[in-house]
Design a protein around this ligand. Structure first.
Ligand SMILES: [Zn+2]
Length: 417
């Protein structure tokens, strides 16, 4: 995937004492280094802005951002031709590698990813990145950091992921001068061949794919759901047009940046989706302009459809959601709009009210509780695992299929395509 198959540019040997005249022996290389956003807690820049101990404006909570396996490509910004990965004839993307720890930027511990040095072909003047779901062929709409490559052998570009509201403080504290304009790179003061740019929440909003009604119809075509009738007997059937059924979710929160909880009634299924307080805090507080609706619209319809379908089949009538698309917290999954977190559900008819939280580490990986609520969660879990739109093995709970950090919610990953 990443093997350089590029023809060498200069094959002439530039040996000592030989006149080199104007022969260009230079293959330009660019190395990107991504410094992922730190937690807001104990972040001195956050505390300078909002006061020590403030929790109201926190966005990056519980798990600092990291980008392992995030897809990316590098393109010729003028032609949109992919120049990295070098083998890309079939739409291949590259992926961010492992993370290392860094503490050098005065705002807390960050995870850092170094992309491999990328050879820039001689005919290319400007390059740009496509990352996350915007890296997929057919989805490349937003050029990240379009930039004229300097005429030097090897440039380093530092990408600092940070909240939009902290970037001036960040520039000051790290002696970077004036903050670069949105989605641009600037030369790092006092360093040759080093450049930097800010990956803030507003840029993430532009990067991340917003699902259209046509895509909802394609990803979640109309279908007929069925379930066993209560008390046995005939099977109940329900025709569902997901583009219509999901409209109340994708229509919620227009022009709102409120953290208040809100309920979305899905009448067609008799289910209420409850978005908990601060469910969109990461999307909204890391940016200056992201609205609640824009965050919801960046979450795959497959995630909502899979959960609602499973809930309908096992007769759950409310589900509490604590997180959908969020750009700057934890792993790549929620950043790519394919993750959904569920914290609680009810079946009013049978008086089941279940909080999805284990009692401690002994529960991790073990059977669901034997209570009626635990058995209902098991049924929901099995439904989700059997959904063809859900990624294989990607339903995590505080009991079965536990992986860190799922002690207080169930996480679902769906397929992007
Ligand atoms: Zn999750």
């Amino acid at each position: 995937m990443t093997g350089p198959n590029q023809t060498p540019i200069g094959t002439m040997m530039c040996t000592q004492n030989q006149p080199t005249q104007n022969v260009n022996c230079l293959t330009r290389k660019v190395s990107f280094v991504f410094y992922c956003a730190p937690l807001d807690e104990s972040n001195s820049m956050y505390e300078a802005a909002y006061g020590s101990g403030d929790v109201t404006h926190r966005a990056i909570t519980s798990s600092a951002s990291y980008l392992n396996n995030l897809p990316f490509v590098v393109v010729d910004a003028d032609t949109n031709q992919v120049i990295y990965p070098y083998n890309n004839a079939n739409g291949q993307t590259a992926a961010f590698g492992p993370k290392v720890h860094s503490n050098t930027l005065h705002d807390g511990a960050r995870w850092v990813h170094s992309l491999p040095p990328i050879n820039i072909p001689n005919h290319v003047n400007r390059i740009a990145l496509h990352i996350a779901n915007d890296a997929y062929q057919g989805y490349r709409r937003f050029q990240l950091f379009p930039w004229t490559v300097p005429n030097s052998a090897h440039c380093r570009v530092n990408v600092y992921e940070l909240r939009s509201d902290l970037q001036e403080r960040f520039s000051d504290a790290n002696q970077l001068g004036q903050s670069p304009a949105e989605n641009t790179l600037a030369a790092k003061p006092g360093s040759a061949d080093e450049y930097y740019g800010y990956l803030n929440g507003d840029v993430w909003l532009s990067i991340s794919h917003e699902f259209t009604d046509q895509e909802i119809t394609r990803l979640c075509p109309p279908e007929t759901l069925s379930r066993t009738a209560q008390g046995g007997g005939n099977t109940e059937r329900l025709d569902v047009n997901w583009t219509v059924v999901l409209q109340p979710i994708y229509g919620a929160g227009v022009n709102s940046r409120s953290m208040a909880p809100f309920n979305v009634r899905i009448d067609a299924l008799g289910i209420t989706a409850k978005f908990t307080e601060r469910a969109v805090a990461n999307a909204v507080y890391t940016s200056n302009r992201t609205t609640v609706q824009q965050a919801l619209r960046r979450t795959s319809p497959r995630a909502f459809a899979a959960l609602l379908k499973a809930a309908w089949r096992v007769r759950i009538d409310t589900v509490d959601l604590s997180s959908s698309w969020r750009p700057m917290l934890g792993s790549r999954l929620h950043k790519m709009g394919v993750g959904l977190d569920v914290t609680h559900f009810d079946d009013g008819q049978e008086n089941i009210h279940f909080v999805i939280r284990n009692q401690g580490i002994a529960d991790r990986g073990n059977a669901f509780p034997a209570s009626p609520g635990g058995r209902r969660l098991e049924a929901l879990y099995e439904e989700l695992r059997g959904d063809p739109g859900v990624s294989s093995g990607a339903v995590h709970t505080p009991w079965r299929s536990w992986v860190i950090p799922h002690d207080n919610h169930m996480h679902i990953t769906v397929k992007f395509e």
